[in-house]
Design a protein around this ligand. Sequence first.
Ligand SMILES: NC(=O)c1ccc[n+]([C@@H]2O[C@H](COP(=O)([O-])OP(=O)(O)OC[C@H]3O[C@@H](n4cnc5c(N)ncnc54)[C@H](O)[C@@H]3O)[C@@H](O)[C@H]2O)c1
Length: 367
Amino acid sequence: MNLKARINNFTYPIKIGTNILNTLPKEILKFTKSRKVLIIIDKNLSKKYEKLLKKYFGKYDFECSFLQISAGKKCKDIKNLLRIVDFLEKNKFSKDSTLIVLGGGTIGDLGGFAASVYYRGMNLVSIPTTLTAQIDSSIGGKVAVNFNNNVNAIGNYYHPKLILCDYKFIKTLPNRDFTSGISEVIKSVLITSKKDTKFMSQNYKKILKRDKQIILQMLKKIINIKINLVKRDEREKNVRMFLNYGHTIGQAIESSLNLKSEHYRHGEAVALGMLCVAYMAEKYFKAKNLYSDHIKIFKKYHLPLNIKKFSKTKKQMLNIIYKNIFKDKKKNHTGIRFVLLNGIGKPSIVSNFNERLIKESIVRLIR
Ligand SMILES: NC(=O)c1ccc[n+]([C@@H]2O[C@H](COP(=O)([O-])OP(=O)(O)OC[C@H]3O[C@@H](n4cnc5c(N)ncnc54)[C@H](O)[C@@H]3O)[C@@H](O)[C@H]2O)c1
């Protein structure tokens, strides 16, 4: 199954299927004559995939190098960025050679950013291996590293030449990472459509079993949602911001403890952020049942419903999260902007919330 992302002047294919990695060399030769590739690979996946990729590229006489990086939030830092750039420079990579990222959102964000700055941009191919990366982070061009415990503080917009989504990666994901990806899937359907939200609700058993047909159907739906929003607004001035549903408070929760720890997976924190804004929206729009609709679907997918305070007090945790909200990159002169739903599929941007309501939405979840 092939989709096409058309974003401003960029058009690139998104191939979705099973066992499609062998098509990689031929696909690369469609956009460059250079047979030199560097694969930034998640260390957890290198044992299984390095040999296979060497074989596929060997058949087409590619010169193929690997750089293994341990995935997780801690990998998105300047040190790893420089490690990649150093490798590219020392091994004489040029602009028309290709950097491939094979891993989840963290490897993709890091490697994508490196590709965007090396000689002001070299070819990038994305092989997303987590659900989050397949339906969200690999599409739309946002690449970044963290800085000073601030999520994605240094980043860029940079599109790949090709995205390959292989179902077989989904099969080996640990449950926690699969669920974290489901949180971003649910975010996408909540902001766009009652029908797709129903699809997620009705098919939860098959989806949790990772049934191939239903997962491929889900991937296609959610990737299309992302493409359609990003093509209307690449630089996040209006509708793309809807994809940040749950993120303003979610990322504040994610960085409430040391970002390098994995207290929260990104999607888990986003789920908690969605609960906070669902509560705020019920008060703001008088939207009925919105909060309970979130709870119903979150329970089906075992998403978190409470913010853990770990070794902090409730008050300390609240204050840290509240302070972190103001680091949000989406704030402008009018202050912090929240994506709120006036019912499922009806998102809007609201700014200038009063402190009391924001804090209330958070504190009631802290346990
Ligand atoms: N750029 C964007 O638009 C965007 C959007 C959403 C999220 N993100 C970023 O994505 C990151 C989170 O990504 P993630 O959830 O993919 O995390 P991740 O990259 O840390 O991967 C999670 C875990 O899954 C393992 N893993 C990856 N693929 C696997 C597979 N096929 N089988 C078994 N294990 C596998 C990894 O080794 C890691 O331990 C965050 O940094 C977030 O900021 C970016």
